[in-house]
Design a protein around this ligand. Structure first.
Ligand SMILES: [Cu+2]
Length: 202
């Protein structure tokens, strides 16, 4: 599987490590140990672990048609970068589904929308409170090449307070549907069959 993991620490932490004060004011061995301990404590408090990982996207025949890259955002939520080919022209629903299994050709193994909070589907429902896995439709041109970036403010790769974890016990799946999501119909958005799938798991 194609994997890319990016770990970032906060700028504040790096600044503290590079401070010349620590070297000038604490030259002896005992104090050096104190500084090291402080740094470790600071690391625990200040480090923000953000992950970015790419996953292969399969069509209903099991052929790889591209990748989906999920990247944690510092403010919470993720950026989903989709780079796939051979998608029929028009609007297509995309969602995270509840189980990280992409058994073709119908991908029903991925289960329903990822919705650990028990919300309503869609952005245009009577009381919009979308599933964690709900996202805006993507538009495929005649070429069938879809290269687009989608925001999802409700999920995360690295565990985050208030975010639904994509890497839960059974993983999740990124699904592309044959039709557009109407953002209203419960619980699927009337998006039609599943035409592509990526397992989202560590
Ligand atoms: Cu779906």
């Amino acid at each position: 599987m194609l994997k890319k993991v990016l770990l970032l620490t906060s700028a504040a932490m790096l600044t503290a490590c590079g401070s010349p004060e620590a070297e000038i004011d604490r030259p002896d061995a005992d104090n050096t140990l104190d500084v090291a301990t402080e740094m470790m404590t600071d690391t625990d408090a200040d480090t923000v672990v953000m992950m970015s990982q790419s996953f292969p996207v399969m069509n209903t025949s099991g052929a790889e048609i591209g990748t989906v890259t999920v990247s944690d955002q510092s403010a919470g939520g993720v950026t989903v970068t989709l780079d796939v080919t051979a998608i029929t022209a028009g609007a297509h629903a995309v969602h995270f589904h509840e189980t990280g299994r992409c058994d073709g050709p119908d991908f029903t193994s991925a289960g329903g929308h990822y919705n650990p909070m028990g919300n309503n589907h869609g952005f245009d429902a009577d009381a919009p409170n979308p599933h964690a896995g709900d996202m805006p439709n993507v538009e495929a041109p005649q070429s069938g090449v879809v290269q687009t970036v989608i925001e999802n403010e409700r999920v995360s790769l690295s565990p985050r307070e208030g975010m639904a974890p994509l890497f839960d016990a059974n993983g999740t799946a990124f699904i592309i549907h044959a039709d557009a999501d109407d953002y209203v119909s419960q619980p699927t958005g009337a998006a039609g069959s599943r035409i592509a799938c990526a397992v989202i798991a560590p």
